[in-house]
Design a protein around this ligand. Structure first.
Ligand SMILES: [Mn+2]
Length: 389
């Protein structure tokens, strides 16, 4: 689809218009973004997930002082909760519920590797996590019931937050005039990073889906890129001052010395090819590393070929992340779950899309070996084994 076609889920805006006028800039409310929206799971299923080992779940209680507890929870937890004023939040629901993962295919007007996960929250009336600010873009899609959203505009990094609780609740929150809405199922609110917001459940069963995006901070990026470069740099590449002028004062760290160090650092970091290799790896790192289950025994590529030719299909493992980078000459790096491998460009493109993974892939040189490696790393699974689970 062209980026100029109006998208119903963006309220008739085209992808190009949304990206130009709203993305990372200002909020937009889209009524009926998903008409007749079928919520991918019900409150009981969400509570069930929150009781599972390895699923990141939190419970926020707002009666009396704010209280946060972390999962896994059990039936007793839910039995003791009052009739109102609490919220259950479950992270990465798309990793566990295929119907939730399918929803992500609507968001391919943005790069797939920008996606983080779908968090789903459940709340009885009055449930909320307090007015707060997030550092990431999010689409808040109402799944069931009603939630009232109020926005408080852009907030500086150092805005005061309530002390003493494991939640970043803003001390002060003022609703911007007009930025106060009740969302019904299928309505969606887009929020850029740094925008104060407050969502309160207005119904018995309020389910809200948060489609969140990832963007590394400069702090994380610099430390991580330096770490990636570290083992590729020769020990002889270091501060050098051949031909320098005699120091005026032997105790001074002078401008020329600072400039030599600055050049060493900037010139070493300014390597677009290596930066791309690092960037693809970070952006495809799985949210939860222990979700990938590597194969105990290496796959024989010949056996893999035979199985695909028998009509079996491979699936991308839930939560697995793929991206590709063009290397020229019809070659690419395929990034998968924090690792990178060179392969034929069209093979990388298919693997990083939502196209089926069947015997047709074998027409590309080196496909069997790459697929076997991805299967062994846990990034791919056989479709029939997945269904048996
Ligand atoms: Mn939020």
């Amino acid at each position: 689809m062209s980026s100029d076609s109006p998208l119903p889920m963006l309220g008739g805006l085209s992808a190009a218009e949304f990206l130009r006028d709203y993305w990372q800039q200002k909020p937009v409310l889209i009524r009926g973004a998903f008409p007749d929206f079928q919520c991918p799971l019900d409150p009981d299923e969400l509570a069930g997930l929150a009781c599972e080992e390895g699923v990141e779940a939190r419970l926020v209680e707002a009666q009396g002082p704010w209280r946060v507890s972390h999962g896994p929870f059990d039936e007793q937890t839910f039995a003791r909760l009052p009739e109102r004023d609490w919220t259950l939040l479950v992270q990465a629901v798309d990793h566990y519920v295929p119907e939730a993962a399918e929803l992500l295919e609507h968001f391919t007007f943005l790069p797939r590797w920008r996606l983080d996960d779908i968090m789903i929250s459940y709340a009885p009336p009055g449930g909320s996590v307090g007015p707060h600010v997030d550092q990431y873009d999010v689409f808040l899609l109402q799944g069931l019931g009603q939630r009232r959203w109020q926005l408080g505009g852009r907030v500086p990094d150092d805005a005061p937050i309530l002390p003493g609780i494991d939640l970043r609740i803003l001390e002060r929150f003022e609703v911007a005039p007009g930025d106060d809405w009740i969302l019904e199922p299928g309505d969606m609110l887009y929020l850029p990073p740094g925008w104060a917001h407050h969502g309160v459940s207005e119904s018995d069963d309020c389910l809200t889906l948060s489609v969140g995006f990832r963007a590394p901070s400069a702090d994380e990026a610099i430390a991580s890129f330096a770490d990636f470069l570290g083992d590729k740099l020769p020990p002889s590449l270091r501060y050098a001052d051949a031909g320098m002028a005699p120091p005026e004062d032997a105790g001074e760290l002078d401008d020329a010395a600072v400039e030599r160090m600055r050049r060493l650092i900037l010139e070493t970091l300014d390597d677009p090819a290596r930066l791309a290799q690092w960037f693809g790896r970070v952006m495809t790192q799985p949210k939860y590393v222990d979700q990938l289950v590597p194969n105990e025994q290496p796959t024989d590529p010949a056996e893999l070929v035979a199985t695909l030719q028998d009509g079996e299909e491979l699936l991308r493992s839930p939560g697995s992340r793929f991206a590709w980078r063009d290397l020229g000459n019809d070659r690419a790096t395929l990034f998968a779950d924090g690792d990178g491998a060179e392969c034929a460009l069209p093979l990388a493109q298919v693997l990083a899309s939502d196209a089926p993974l069947d015997a047709e892939l074998l027409e590309f040189d080196g496909a069997a070996e790459l697929l076997a490696a991805l299967l062994d790393a846990g990034s791919l699974t056989w479709a029939d084994e997945f269904e048996e689970e």
